[in-house]
Ligand binder design. Structure first.
Ligand code: AMO
Length: 442
């Protein structure tokens, strides 16, 4: 048996190889034994290739190969032959084979079963779940999304950075902090690189981004919250208003959607997803306008209330119906709603308003950000309003006393973005090994 490093992938088998000896390898998806002839569908990362075994050619090999349990990993050396019956038009007639790892029976999760397993069973057996092409396609789209985002931001002059995920102070409120023991000190898992990306604005590197895990001890179990998500964080300096920040968020979405269409067309097709790429600028409605729109659509919500999941969903329907837009900004969030966001800049003419925005996609928030307060005294007073211990934030505050340019940025939830673009009902479908209140393994 030749080294299985020399394996030919199923999609490389074509008419040129007819009559040649190849080595193929993968998982035994299905065996159909008709007595004198047997068909094995062997699956590799590229697709399926049929192995056809004739009993009279080699009875011992026939017996052994047809006895292999489904989903075992084998390598087969044999001759390529054209075949009208085989799905791909070719089959391999084996001379020898080797079982590299036999699968137990029964399987913890069916790979080709027509009846779909529930999400919990799938996630508990994620390695097996990923043997389905349509599940792997989600993660290829996710990878291509990140590729498109990196390409865009790097072309726009943003530096990719990495900041600590073990931190001494939280930036997004105490309720969702995960405390950890850090040698003889107490620490937390980072909820967001907020303090660090702002700190970097005082460093002379005036455009940064980071793609990294963020941790939130979310109390509620929803289809759009997880305890560990991938946050794309962007921060840029020398801005005049939150509009400059929104332009970047919009640019990322547009460029990455275009990139996905270009690079992941096959995956989208497999997933049955038709992906429109809306041209910027995306509509911008103020928070007040959004509330009015919800009112006129019979939702009972007060000015000053959080839109909530229901409000966001309904607004998504309205924006699609009235503005034909799946992507839109909600701008000028009231200070009352963002008071906990101590770093948000308030409107100089009307301190009851911030320039903070959300970018929603198909009725769900995927991005949130705005211009920051870069004036030390104002920042300190906003922190005091939140009863924050200034000493714990001294490393952050210090940067505002030695030359901090006006700046702003946003956090962009990658899994929520993938969830919405692929119409996945649960965010967990876009995470390989999700973490939530109930889930710590695998
Ligand atoms: P915020 O807390 O709104 O802002 O988060 C930014 C974006 O991160 C995503 N997100 C989540 N995704 C999945 N599960 C969660 N539990 C979860 N929590 C948040 C959302 C959200 O829009 N520091 C600010 C950002 C900034 O101002 O730069 C922040 O973290 O898509």
């Amino acid at each position: 048996m030749p080294s299985w490093q020399q394996i030919t992938y199923s999609d490389q088998i074509n008419a040129d190889l007819t009559g040649s000896v190849v080595t193929i390898g993968g998982w035994v998806q299905e065996t159909r034994n008709l007595g004198g002839i047997s068909f094995i569908q062997l699956r590799d990362r590229k697709g399926i290739i049929q192995v056809t075994v004739l009993k009279k050619k080699d009875p011992a090999l026939f017996k052994d190969i047809t006895a292999i349990q489904r989903e075992s990993v084998i390598v087969v050396k044999g001759v390529v032959k054209e075949s009208k019956e085989a799905k791909k038009g070719f089959e391999v007639l084996p001379d020898e084979f080797e079982i590299l790892n036999a699968a137990e029976s029964p399987l913890p999760l069916g790979v080709i079963d027509k009846v779909g397993a529930d999400l919990d069973t799938r996630l508990n057996n994620r390695f097996m779940d990923l043997r389905k092409e349509s599940v792997r396609a989600i993660f290829r789209v996710r990878a291509v999304t990140l590729e498109g985002i990196r390409e865009y931001l790097s072309d726009e002059g943003f530096l990719e950075v990495s900041t600590p995920k073990i931190v001494a102070a939280g930036a997004e409120g105490g309720a969702t902090l995960f405390p950890i023991k850090y040698f003889d000190k107490s620490a937390y898992l980072a909820q967001s690189p907020q303090l660090y990306k702002q700190n970097l604005m005082a460093s002379g590197v005036d455009r940064v981004f980071e793609i990294a895990p963020a941790y939130r001890a979310e109390a509620s179990d929803t289809v759009r919250h997880i305890a560990e998500f991938t946050s794309l964080d962007v921060e840029l300096a020398f801005i005049e208003s939150s509009d400059d920040v929104m332009n970047v968020a919009e640019g990322i979405v547009h460029a990455s959607l275009k990139h996905i269409l270009k690079k992941a067309g096959e995956e989208l097709e497999l997933l049955g997803v038709d992906l429109p790429v809306p041209e910027p600028p995306y509509p911008r409605v103020t928070y007040e306008e959004a509330i009015d729109m919800l009112h006129s659509n019979d939702m009972s919500i007060e000015h000053g209330d959080d839109l909530g999941t229901e409000g966001e969903k309904l607004l998504g329907d309205i924006m699609l119906r009235e503005r034909e837009s799946e992507l839109y900004f909600i701008t000028q969030f009231p200070t009352s709603l963002k008071r906990g966001t101590f770093y948000a800049k308030r409107d100089d003419r009307n301190p009851e308003l911030t320039g903070y925005f959300d970018l929603d996609y198909r009725g769900q928030e995927i991005v949130s950000g705005g211009q920051r307060e870069h004036r030390y005294d104002v920042l300190v007073s906003q922190m005091r309003e939140n009863d924050m211990n200034l000493q714990s934030f001294e490393f952050y505050l210090k940067a505002f006393r030695f030359g901090m340019p006006p700046h702003g940025g946003f956090g962009f939830g990658i899994e929520r973005y993938v969830q919405k673009m692929l119409n996945l009902s649960n965010i967990r479908e876009a995470v390989l090994y999700p973490r939530d209140r109930a889930r710590l393994i695998p």
